[in-house]
Ligand binder design. Structure first.
Ligand code: SAH
Length: 251
């Protein structure tokens, strides 16, 4: 059980595996007004930057679950580096169907809603670990503007325009599912660049060091195509954000 190796190559320099900068992650932690001792479950926690920095900055405690051995090892090392290894635990596991033994105050899935089969299913999954009145955090892409054709959707890594919604429609979907949207922090084109453009130097460095690796041809091809694909499609059309939700009472 592991994430395909290409992800660890592409994102070898990343602490945050989504289009947020450290500053945006910090802004989100501040926006949520986290109190000391807040218990957080983070499904698909990646390299653990959210839990580790929030433990350092806000005194939260947490459990992160991720299927990548490389990212989970990075998360554990990061906890030690920040001196929060007593507050956060990182489990190497499949987060599909993962429910925590004890109810948490905040249940998060930031950039991996496929683990619940989409936004609605992931919210339902997170809810099973949440105390009544707790907060759900969902990180999810949305269309910055209407997608004109299939090539554009495909160029954004989607199977079609129906994969994502425009931002107001995504917020409307949260409402239809019975949740108040109580906060959000959005990526922007510069923070997208920190996620995507940073991958190109990772790919190039890896290629220079591993010319005979079985993945070398695939990595060569990706590095050749990626800058044009990203700037033609994804940078213009795909937005991303983290949305904080609290279930409406009686609904
Ligand atoms: N939330 C993290 C990581 C987002 S990237 C961050 O914001 O930095 C998506 C993550 O989902 C990767 O770390 C990947 O290893 C993880 N992942 C993918 N499928 C998974 C699964 N079935 N169970 C747990 N983690 C999964």
């Amino acid at each position: 059980m592991d994430l395909p190796r290409i992800f660890a190559i592409r994102e070898s320099s990343h602490r945050i595996h989504n289009p947020f900068t450290p500053r945006k992650l910090e802004a989100l932690g501040e926006a949520l007004r986290l109190e000391t001792g807040t218990r957080i479950l983070d499904l698909a926690s990646g390299s653990g930057e959210m839990l580790c920095t929030w433990a350092r900055d806000h005194g939260v405690t947490g459990v992160g679950v991720d299927i990548s051995t490389a990212f989970t090892a990075g998360a554990r090392a990061r906890a030690v580096a920040l001196g929060v290894e007593g507050s956060v635990v990182f489990e190497h596991d499949d987060a599909t169907g993962y429910v925590s033994a004890e109810a948490v105050d905040v249940a998060a899935c930031v950039g991996a809603t496929w683990i619940g089969g989409g936004v609605a299913g992931t919210i339902e999954l997170l809810e099973r670990s949440l105390r009544p009145g707790g907060m759900v955090l969902i990180g999810e892409p949305y269309w910055r503007r209407e997608v004109p054709d299939h090539d554009t959707a495909a160029g954004c890594g989607a199977s079609g325009s129906e994969d994502f919604l425009l931002l107001p429609d995504l917020l409307g979907q949260f409402g239809d599912l019975g949740y108040d949207v109580v906060e959000m922090v959005l990526a922007d084109q510069d923070s997208w660049d920190r996620y995507q453009a940073a991958q190109w130097l990772n790919l190039r460095r890896w290629l220079d060091e591993n010319p005979a690796d079985e993945l070398a041809a695939e990595v060569r091809d990706e590095l050749t195509r990626e800058p044009v694909r990203y700037t033609r499609y994804q940078r213009e059309y795909l937005g991303w954000g983290v949305f904080a939700l609290i279930k409406r009472r009686g609904g």
